[in-house]
Write a protein that binds this ligand. Sequence first.
Ligand SMILES: Nc1ncnc2c1ncn2[C@@H]1O[C@H](COP(=O)(O)OP(=O)(O)OP(=O)(O)O)[C@@H](O)[C@H]1O
Length: 718
Amino acid sequence: MVDSDVGVFTLVLFCDLTLWGALWSGTCLVGVPCSVGLAGLWTFGLLRWCLLYWVSRATVASGRERPWLQRWVATHSLLSPVFESVRNALHRGVPVTLLPGPAAVALLTVSSAGACLFWELSFPEDRADRRAAKKKHEAKALLMRVVRYSRADAPHLAVAFLFLILAVAGETFVPYATGNVIDILSSQYEYSSFLWAIGVFGLFSMGSSFCAGVRGGMFKWSLARLNKRVCHMLFGSLMKQEIGFFEETEPGHLCSRLESDTNKMSLSVVLNMNALVRSVVKTVGMLALMLGISWQLTLLTCVEMPVLALLQNAYSTYSLTYSQQVQDCKARTTAAVAAALDGVRTVRSCSGEATEVRRYEETLREMRRIQNRKGGVSAVHLLLRRLVTIFVKVLMLIYGRRLILLKQLTGGKLLSFVIYQKNMLNNMKDLVAVCGAMLTSVGAAAKVFKYLDRKPRQEEAGHLEPVSLEGRVDFRNVTFSYPSQPDKPVLRGLTLTLQPGKMTALVGPSGAGKSSCICLLERFYEPQEGEVLLDGRPLHHYSHRYLHQQVVLVSQDPQLFSSSVRCNIAYGLEECSLDKVKEAAVKASAHDFISRLEHGYDSDMGKGAAQLAAGERQRLAIARALVREPRVIILDEATRHMDASTQQAVQDVLSGSVGQTVLVVAHHLQTVQKADHIVYLEDGVVVEQGTHAQLMALRGRYYRQRERLFDLPVGAGN
Ligand SMILES: Nc1ncnc2c1ncn2[C@@H]1O[C@H](COP(=O)(O)OP(=O)(O)OP(=O)(O)O)[C@@H](O)[C@H]1O
């Protein structure tokens, strides 16, 4: 029993050569005619296949499947019948020999081994490696999924593929037509045959160019459509994710998925399929024409391919690794740049410019290092490829000259063959490159699908949309920790109630958990224990749109988007008249400054509304909240940047709103004093609660901490 791959291969080959040797010497000695016809040759080939198959199964150690061996046995046994059948189809009446001579046997053996080697290297077998098998299976599934997404473009793709095949067929025939023209010129010149040959040449050249143009256009069109669909789906899926997801994932990383990976994924179907079909059609067509010109030269070409495939395979492995490294490095660079540009104010105020430039330079340096290494490997690969190609070309020309002397070939046909041979090699290279590119783009597709399939780690919103809402909020025994720090609870068994129509103020030292309460009420996160109820129903029972129309948050640094003032106020509402927008702006004391802007409510805010003062941005955010006519308003330091009189006016509007529940987090004693109820939090638990007067009378934590809480001189606020 043999166990190594080389041992098994040698054993089976040895058996085959022994069989051939015995039969060949037998026929030579006895003189039995070996011209048997195609049927005889095929029968012999099939019998040989069965015998070698049995040998390969019987002599090797059991328990190890070797699919490559079975593929080689089949190729090796049937190569001769296939070759003779093709030769017979091209040149009728050629005698079919049962047992080829030693030179032909050597050539056939090398060709079958070379072809199998090429196959195994291009499409490697998962040698009983379960993980690799699983990966391959997943890659196939991913590719099929990308293909499924292209279904909507099927008519465009069908037209594109039709023109592709026509273009390739025309292109393949051009060297043959060139050879014909040269033969006419070098033999007895006849004007009519020359004109005919030139006409055929021109027709195929122009026809294939036209078809190639149509094909290119259709593929680009399909690519753009698919890309748009995928980007749209991915962005939609990202927008549904819970807030914790955006804290865990860098924005630069997500932008890279949206920009570059979606594009690569679309390319995997459109351009790679294009290249694949093109290479396959071209290879088959050229092989048929090359065999028609000279089967000996074709076999010689077959020897070159596995060597080049071997080189290409080694190169692809390195290249893939370096490409991945470059991609990761690019993502890091983008993230670094985005962070620096987003936080440019912080960078400036901390004079961190030099640090940012240094950080950026480091990532650029790393990128250059990887690209240098990639360039080195590419140069060595190119050199080796060229050497092999030159060596085989010299052999081919020497042998071609011999065939011309034997009158088996013309000069024009040799030229056609040389052109085909070069194209064939390029084709093979393309084929291997396409397989590599497909795997890369499948990698990109995997990243895109990871986010596309991600289910938000949050209870799905319900459909509850009651016509009227009282506005009562209950935190019932809530325990909560942030996803990034699951072992550090920031709220611990917290219970509190926001009475409908009343203003409640949350106070407490920094880090007490005030903003965390707001996050839970906005459903940015889910509590691990307990629940938050709105009118006695858990928040997730309400529909997403309804909840965020009824419970609105105005934060200290509100986010404004680069669109008009009107759109910013009506943001998220499907229909909202200008009158309603203005009414809300008036209530928020924003109307005056908006009217002074050049285009009033149609003025564009630009990125982050940088031209507005912080207080003006807050007033716009308050208008955005008021236009929704919510039942619960959350003000998280929402009036901090306003001057005292505006602050007063806005707070009067907010606290005077009929029936609205208001939750305030503020560091202004005046604001807190006005609240109907004050809740004092410390370390995520309610320590004291009551009105300002009650808490002052209690002389507890609220009383003792008020200087720290409200930045007051000692004795003030009594
Ligand atoms: N996104 C987050 N991920 C992890 N931990 C967080 C996050 N946000 C806040 N924390 C932590 O949770 C705790 C409570 O923070 P929270 O912002 O709720 O306090 P706060 O009372 O609002 O403080 P401040 O008055 O300073 O805003 C703090 O220890 C804080 O570090």
